[in-house]
Design a protein around this ligand. Structure first.
Ligand code: CMP
Length: 225
C-alpha cells in the first residue's frame, strides 16, 4: 500500500514524516473486493479507517429497503470516527465499490494517541467541520436544487477527487453503477439516467462503464448552481 497516500489523511497532517510512518506501522492493513461490506449501520464500532487505495461507499438503508449514499470516499480519506467521538452504533454501512486497501486503528489506541498529540485532535475536528459543511450543502441541494443540478454537482465533486485530465476532458473513473449514482444524488434511477442522457446529448459529457468523461466542465458547473 502507498503510505504517501495514507499520509494525506487528516489524522497524519500535523505529524512529521517519521511520526506518521511510526503510527502507520502500528495500524492494521486490510483488503476488500468490490461489494465487500466492512461494517453495517447499527454495528458497534471501535475502529477508524484510512483508505490507501480504492473507494468506499457510505450508505444508509430506509425501513422499506431503499438506499441512500452519504458519500463516496477515496484514497487519503478516513471514516469511522463518529463512533469514537460519540460512542454508539455505526451511522452508516461501509461497502467497497472497487478493490480497496485500508489501514485501521482501534478507538482505544487512537484516544491514547490523541491525548499525547492534541494537535491531531484539532485537525480531526477540522475534518469533521468540513464534513458537516458538505453535508449541509447536500441537504440544501436536496431541498433547493433539481435533479439535473444535483447530478452535475455530484459529477463535479467526484471529478475533483477521482478525475484526471485527458485529451478530451476530465475522465472520472467513479466505479459506481447508475443505481449507485442515483442513490448518491438522492433520486430515482430513471430521473438520474434522464439527466445524464440529456447532458450527453448536449455534448457536456460521455458515459462510459463505471466512469464518465466530462467534456464541458464549465457548462456543468453552471448547471450545478
Ligand atoms: P461511524 O458512524 O463510526 O461509521 C460510519 C462512518 O461514516 C462515520 O463514522 C463517518 O466516518 C462516516 N460518515 C457518516 N456520515 C457521513 C457523511 N455525511 N459524510 C461523510 N462521511 C460520513
Amino acid at each position: 500500500m502507498d503510505h504517501d497516500v495514507v499520509r494525506k489523511a487528516p489524522l497524519f497532517s500535523p505529524l512529521d514524516d517519521q511520526a506518521a510512518e511510526t503510527l502507520i506501522a502500528t495500524m492494521s492493513p486490510s483488503r476488500l473486493e468490490r461489494g465487500d461490506v466492512l461494517f453495517h449501520e447499527g454495528d458497534q464500532g471501535d475502529r477508524l479507517y484510512v483508505i490507501g487505495e480504492g473507494k468506499i461507499k457510505l450508505g444508509r438503508t430506509s425501513s422499506d429497503g431503499r438506499e441512500n449514499l452519504l458519500a463516496i470516499l477515496g484514497p487519503g480519506e478516513m471514516f469511522g470516527e463518529l463512533s469514537l467521538f460519540d460512542p454508539g452504533p455505526r451511522t452508516a454501512t461501509a461497502t467497497a465499490v472497487a478493490e480497496t486497501q485500508l489501514v485501521s486503528m482501534g478507538h482505544e489506541q487512537l484516544k491514547e494517541f490523541l491525548a499525547q498529540r492534541p494537535g491531531v485532535a484539532l485537525t480531526l475536528l477540522s475534518a469533521l467541520a468540513r464534513r458537516l459543511r458538505r453535508t449541509n450543502d447536500v441537504l440544501a441541494d436536496l431541498v433547493f436544487t433539481d435533479v439535473p443540478g444535483r447530478v452535475a454537482k455530484a459529477l463535479l465533486d467526484l471529478a475533483g477527487r477521482f478525475g484526471r485530465q485527458v485529451d478530451d476532458g476530465v475522465l472520472v473513473p467513479h466505479d459506481l453503477t447508475q443505481e449507485e449514482l442515483a442513490q448518491l444524488v438522492g433520486a430515482s434511477r430513471e430521473t438520474v439516467n434522464k439527466a445524464l442522457a440529456d447532458f450527453a446529448s448536449r455534448g457536456w459529457l460521455r458515459l462510459e462503464a463505471r466512469a464518465v468523461l466530462l467534456l464541458d466542465v464549465e457548462r456543468l458547473t453552471r448547471r450545478a448552481r
